[in-house]
Design a protein around this ligand. Structure first.
Ligand code: ATP
Ligand code: MG
Length: 392
């Protein structure tokens, strides 16, 4: 696909240093399987875009903690992340062009989050409406501290890999604006370290839920999942919300705003069939059952090749694990370089280096404040502390 079909924001990437190739970062929280709403709202765009960039896909488990942090939620990360990667490959992300990584396995992201958090104010974050919605949807009476910081953590993800572009839907454009502000502020206050990431606005409508609510969403229980078997798709479609004013097949119905027809428009590959159904629906000459039967067939036709590819990837044992481990290692190396750049630009390294230079005790040069890796056979200090405490 050509880039012309995307509406880039007037302020494109830059100024600021960046990686040699344009780089994209996007991803999801590992809170469940991906559904048709994700396909329409983000996956289709990712598939179109990912080969034009060096593409990083984050499994944002630290972001998950902002609203879901029970032991059970965390224990489900492995399964959910595996499903999400399989879904992504199944819809067409090419593993050779995609770097998948697990956010919590790149701890430097948390350090970047902290360093960036002094570059944004609380009122600025409080003005973002989607955060209040997220808190409400998650059943929170009061705003969790981490949730208020969601856009800062997102800025950390984006800037950690020095992404030049971020695809956005309606609900997260405001977050990425914060990332752009933070990048500019950092570059001005210290020295240019970050490219200012451009927003890539896709033509992404919101897909309604099977219950007629404005958005298909896991937590609302109104989703058709990419991995739903055909019988499950049919069951969900036959129970779908439709024009409530229509009491029988002979009553003229409304097509506009009717989720059954929204799905036909999005997934039915037979436009003549859709036009015919819509005309007869308006005239009161077709039953809801027929419209839904044909929709279930259409969605299953759409999902069949996706599910076939998914099964093939799933049968390739260890593939997803390899992708995540390799991608995470690769990302971590990038992010460690970014943290080093940041500390250096801020002058944070200087103070400790100065202390080291004047210390009377000789010090090991590799115990720098930001040694990239812990030695694999380092003794577990936390255990020792516990033992010591018991002794006292
Ligand atoms: P949860 O119930 O946990 O909030 P969800 O099913 O609503 O999950 P999210 O993780 O909130 O999914 O969605 C991630 C991204 O996927 C959104 O930012 C949006 O870009 C896209 N997306 C999700 N649902 C839809 C939808 N119904 N229509 C269009 N895009 C969607
Ligand atoms: Mg949601």
């Amino acid at each position: 696909m050509s880039r012309q079909t995307l509406t880039a924001t007037p302020t494109a990437a830059g100024p600021g240093p960046g990686p040699a190739a344009p780089r994209m970062l996007t991803g999801d929280r590992p809170t469940g399987r991906l559904h048709l709403g994700h396909y329409v709202g983000s996956l289709a765009n990712r598939v179109r875009l990912h080969k034009q960039y060096e593409s990083f896909f984050i499994v944002a488990d630290l972001h998950m903690l902002t609203t879901k942090n029970s032991g059970q939620d965390i224990a489900a990360v492995h399964r959910n992340a595996t499903g999400m990667v399989l879904d992504s490959l199944a819809v067409g992300l090419d593993p050779a062009h995609s770097v998948f990584f697990l956010q919590s396995a790149v701890p430097e992201v948390a350090e970047i989050n902290l360093l960036l958090s002094s570059l944004v104010t609380v009122p600025r974050l409080e003005r973002i409406p989607s955060l209040k919605e997220m808190a409400r949807d998650a059943g929170k009476q009061e705003m969790p501290f981490a949730l208020l910081g969601y856009p800062v953590l997102q800025a950390a993800d984006i800037l950690a890999v020095k992404a030049t572009a971020v695809p956005v839907g309606r609900d997260n454009a405001a977050h990425v604006e914060v990332a752009r502000e933070i990048a500019r502020r950092f570059n001005r206050r210290y020295r240019p370290v970050f490219p200012v990431p451009a927003l890539i606005h896709g033509d992404v409508p919101s897909l309604p839920g099977t219950d007629g609510q404005a958005k298909m969403s896991k937590s609302l229980g109104n989703a058709i999942y990419l991995a739903d078997p055909p019988q499950e798709v049919r069951r969900k479609v036959m129970r779908m919300y439709t024009d409530p004013a229509r009491t029988g097949p002979g009553v003229p119905g409304t097509v506009e705003g009717n989720p059954v027809f929204a799905y036909h428009a999005a997934f039915n590959d037979r436009p003549a069939e859709v036009a015919d159904l819509a005309e007869r629906y308006r005239a009161g000459k077709v039953g809801d059952a027929e419209v839904k039967e044909k929709l279930a067939d259409a969605i299953n036709r759409f999902l069949a090749p996706i599910q076939e590819r998914r099964a093939a990837f799933a049968a390739d044992e260890g593939l997803v694990a390899d992708l995540i481990v390799t991608g995470t290692e690769r990302t971590r190396r990038e992010v460690q370089r970014t943290v080093a750049d940041m500390r250096d630009a801020m002058g944070l390294t200087a103070a400790f280096t100065e202390f080291q230079r004047h210390a009377r005790r000789p010090h090991a040069p590799d115990v720098a404040p930001h040694a990239p890796d812990v030695a694999p056979d380092a003794p577990d200090v936390s255990d020792r502390c516990e033992v010591d405490q018991h002794r006292t």
